[in-house]
Design a binder for this molecule. Structure first.
Ligand code: DCP
Ligand code: MG
Ligand code: MG
Length: 619
């Protein structure tokens, strides 16, 4: 029964063609795009004491992602190190590249995953071009990029895949006519040529290279794309389905460690390992808690005696989990992912800014951080939610430096403050991995939409009139807490068209005209508390002017804000709630502080990081 559901689902999936893009050494590439001279040098991007990424010249010389700075300098003394703690440039580059990629899409099914990955559903473009093919002369085909302009496109050989294939050998096969190629294969050929074109355009026009996967679902495209890094693209060839597990989907998925499957989060992976090994997996020495020595491949779980969706429901289900989780995971380990590529959105559903900290336990420090977060938030609101009132008039600047001719595209209705208190150390010196966020919300203070006041003045008022009261609500005790994270967000976005005073609403055509400039796609995160007004004069009075430019000694600035956690690779997280497709905020409990070197990182980075530490102990 399940096998037939698998094949039905795979057939449905065959109707789509999905491309997955992952920018090569993304943060390093952002610096290289700004300063092209860096391209030929070994370049590493530093956050705190680790290298979060490095370019391929640096990798050629032995540097790796998530390496300690100290070690990197020993291995490659002439490494050029740039600071990457301020994420603004990465966020902006990510949006720019996303808008560029979106420009190729007809159906706007273009979805960001974190800063450096994009999924694109190109089914409509592929099917249109399929209808244009001359089956008798596939080698001399023309790929049409626009339905309105038949000259907009490129010539290509539709009888072949562009780039690498999985499995590799199959690419040698040459086809003489469409009849010998199955329809899915031909559509994949088209997808691969489109991907090649887009990849080259991205490189030529924006200066970024990426690694790409082409298949029929997000899961397949992402997994297969990983095979040829950097600057590579890989197409997953049919057959995708078989009775005996000999198909290419099964082979590809089977070879992955269970925790590496997008959609299988940390907790689920741990439970599956326990189950397949019939004991908790052996842990590596060291202080990290989820680095397993024993890797469990998907195949082992899939082939485990008695394995079925029902079995998995029993193993994984329970209070707090989504019903049907067993079936979802069963489908995933069988290579089925029916999730759609998300539709690009014009406006964000929320704007959220956060920082994580090793230790934040005094009100003075909190005030300083709140001020800096408030300023970033207001700046983001201006960038993302304002548009020029008239396209024709050159925008004028007011005394305060804020553009006077701008107007709000949307008004968030709720302001939310969240913190993540750090649990105390356990008796054995370890620390519980998961710690949760707590939050409180207020109706959005109206003064934040005032464009006549300076950002500094607005931020100061936001802190004293709203954030401090919210903070006191979250942490009524004067001390005794130790925060690992603060997040300030505006949510419940109301379209300005619905509340414009003159009744004319937003100029939709203008929005579309400049849509590339306002492309936004952010994760919806809805864990708001009911709005409640709470004022706390005592705390408000505690606001003192401070030196806002000087970073707090305890701040791990913005390390966590836009980095996806382990669910970066997950489209069903542990509660089965779906792809976590946006880098604007991270999930609760998902960032991790290494007990050895105190580096903050998303949980998915812990394995590599702890491997580094084990290497340090036994060189
Ligand atoms: N990142 C980070 N901290 C981490 C992991 C990643 O700040 N612990 C940032 C830096 C990376 C970006 O996210 O540039 C994308 O992460 P990837 O894992 O895709 O790494 P890169 O794009 O840098 O390299 P690759 O060429 O391997 O994709
Ligand atoms: Mg990536
Ligand atoms: Mg990348």
């Amino acid at each position: 029964m399940e096998a037939s559901r698998r094949s039905r689902a795979l057939k449905r999936q065959h109707e789509s063609i999905v491309i997955h893009f992952d920018y090569d050494c993304f943060y390093a590439s952002v610096f290289e795009a700004e300063t092209p001279a860096l391209r030929s040098l070994p370049l590493a991007v530093q956050q705190k004491q680790i290298i979060v990424t490095c370019n391929y010249e640096a990798r050629r010389r032995g540097l790796r992602k998530l390496q300690l700075i100290r070690e990197a300098k020993t291995i490659c003394p002439d490494v050029v190190i740039v600071l990457g703690e301020d994420l603004t440039r990465f966020r902006n580059a990510s949006k720019e590249l996303y808008a560029f990629l979106r420009g190729f899409s007809w159906n706007a099914k273009v979805e960001r995953l974190g800063f450096d990955e994009v999924f694109m559903d190109v089914t409509d473009i592929v099917d249109y071009n399929l209808s244009l093919l001359n089956p008798n002369d596939l080698t001399n085909s023309f790929f049409c990029l626009s339905k309105d302009d038949p000259t907009d496109g490129f010539t290509f050989d539709a009888s072949k895949v562009a780039g690498y294939t999985y499995p590799e050998s199959s690419n040698d096969k040459l086809f003489v006519g469409a009849l010998e190629i199955d329809a899915l294969q031909l559509r994949l050929h088209l997808g691969s040529h489109l991907a090649m074109h887009v990849r080259h355009q991205l490189e030529q026009q924006k200066g970024y290279t990426c690694t790409v996967g082409i298949s029929t679902s997000k899961l397949h495209a992402k997994l297969v794309g990983n095979l040829h890094k950097p600057k590579g693209q890989t197409t997953l060839l049919p057959p995708y389905n078989s009775d005996d597990g000999s198909d290419n989907v099964t082979t590809l998925v089977d070879g992955h460690e269970i925790g590496k499957i997008p959609g299988i989060g940390f907790k689920i992976a741990q439970k599956l390992r326990d189950y397949a090994l019939q004991k908790p997996p052996e842990l590596n020495a060291g202080l990290m808690h989820d680095d397993t020595k024993e890797k469990v491949l998907v195949k082992r779980v899939r082939m485990y005696p008695g394995m079925s969706a029902e079995t998995l429901e029993k193993v994984l289900g329970g209070p707090g989990t989504l019903r049907g989780i067993g079936f979802k995971i069963w489908m995933l380990i069988n290579g089925v992912d029916e999730s759609e590529v998300g539709q690009a959105r014009e406006l964000p559903k929320q704007i959220s800014i956060e920082d994580s900290y090793v230790r934040l336990d005094t009100l003075d420090e909190v005030l300083k951080e709140l001020r800096s977060l408030a300023k970033s938030l207001i700046n983001r609101m201006h960038v993302d939610l304002l548009e020029d009132d008239s396209d024709d008039d050159p925008p004028g600047e007011s005394d305060t430096g804020i553009l006077q001719t701008k107007r709000w595209l949307a008004h968030p209705k709720t302001l939310r403050l969240s913190t993540r208190p750090r649990p105390p150390l356990n008796a054995d010196g370890s620390r519980n991995r998961a710690f949760n966020r707590i939050s409180r919300s207020l109706p959005m203070p109206n003064f934040l939409f005032n464009l006549n006041d300076s950002v500094d003045a607005l931020a100061e008022r936001l802190v004293s009139e709203a954030l401090i009261p919210l903070f006191r609500k979250l942490h009524p005790e004067k001390n005794g807490w130790n925060l690992s994270l603060i997040n300030v967000a505006v949510t419940n976005m109301a379209d300005a068209a619905s509340d414009s005073k003159d009744g004319t609403g937003r100029d939709i055509s203008k929005m579309f005209k400049r849509q590339d400039g306002v492309l936004k796609q952010w994760r919806v995160e809805d864990r708001d508390c009911p709005p409640e007004v709470h004022s706390h004069d005592e705390a408000a009075n505690a606001v003192r002017p401070g030196n806002e430019t000087e970073p707090s000694p305890t701040a791990m600035h913005t390390l966590s804000e836009d980095i996806l956690p382990q669910s970066w690779d997950s489209h069903v997280d542990d509660d089965g709630s779906g792809w976590d497709s946006d880098g604007e905020t991270i999930d609760e409990g998902s960032s991790f502080i290494c007990d050895v070197c105190e580096a903050v990182m998303p949980t998915f980075a812990m394995l590599a990081h702890s491997r580094w530490h084990s290497g340090e102990q036994n060189p």
